[in-house]
Design a protein around this ligand. Sequence first.
Ligand SMILES: Cc1ncc(COP(=O)(O)O)c(C=O)c1O
Length: 368
Amino acid sequence: MDVLEAAGRREAAGDTVVHMEIGQPGARAPAAVVAAAQAALAEGRFGYTEARGIRPLRERISRHYRETYGVDVPESRIMVTTGSSGAFNLAFLGAFNPGDRIALTAPGYPAYRNILRALGLEPVEIPVGADTRWVLTPELLEEAHREAPIAGVLVASPGNPTGTMMRPDALKALCETARDLGITFISDEIYHGLVYEGEAASALQYWDDAIVINSFSKYYCMTGWRVGWMILPESLVRPVERIAQSLVICAPDISQRAGLAAFDATEELEVVKAGYASNRAWLLENLPKIGFNELLPVDGAFYVYAGVREFTNDSMDFAKRMLAEAGVATTPGADFDHERGNGYIRFSFAGSHEDMEMATARLKEWLR
Ligand SMILES: Cc1ncc(COP(=O)(O)O)c(C=O)c1O
């Protein structure tokens, strides 16, 4: 947020800033989504929906799981939420008791630990690194569980800020370990669809009782529409539905109706994804040439998490100087990892190709 504010000040003063700090698609929502919203607006009637969301959308999501992952998920286990953020809150409230310990990776998406703490749960951040390809392993989870019982584990694959994906066998092994230890498994699959190397597996392929969370925000380019979904085990459906009914009532009606159209916008969305793929290739080729020698494997999402220890031991200061002196905004790693984040920054490549070219040209000059 500090970098974003500083970038805004620079722009207000007439400078140009290359925005690589923002974790959202630069593209607009697909035409079919906008058309569905316009048709709904023309009709003009928006009401509360069922707490679990409109039935056509739940049925469409169910079909998506059958077609994409070959798993049968009845619509009765699907809940439409206000983005994946809404889903985390509801899932944590439904699945855990105050004081429960929930395992996460460091680095990881900072909102997980913030939400957990706000709900009186204890985030247990497990450092991951190059030795495990930046993902959580059964051994690391078992070790944390031995120290004190873990009630839940939350993984994101592909992840933010790493962009690294768990290979299907690694995901399977972790699901099985969690099941054997009686640990609730939560899989944040928000970056599915944005995978460049290998194929993303869903935790539901390995454990029917996993909680799977997803969203229209990233692949579908709909961050501001605030709509996502989660798949719950049968036993959690009713409790979570009751919590949702009291806390939020439902996700916005118009966004649910628009989201339904997103599943048929594949052609348009694949063009957007091809743009990310070309940005990714550009950065992976050019960042090392200008001195960023440690880049994590970018299997998916739209982030490059880059080591900056050769330049600094304070990534916040580095990001601030990069913005002030080179006009390139990035996110310091300390946001994602308190311990080692000072050695990393995150570049988002969800912008245009011109942005990527301008960023590397400016950084080359700056680091010379
Ligand atoms: C890993 C991850 N999960 C969840 C979210 C939140 O997304 P939503 O817009 O669906 O609430 C983000 C947003 O950046 C994210 O990176």
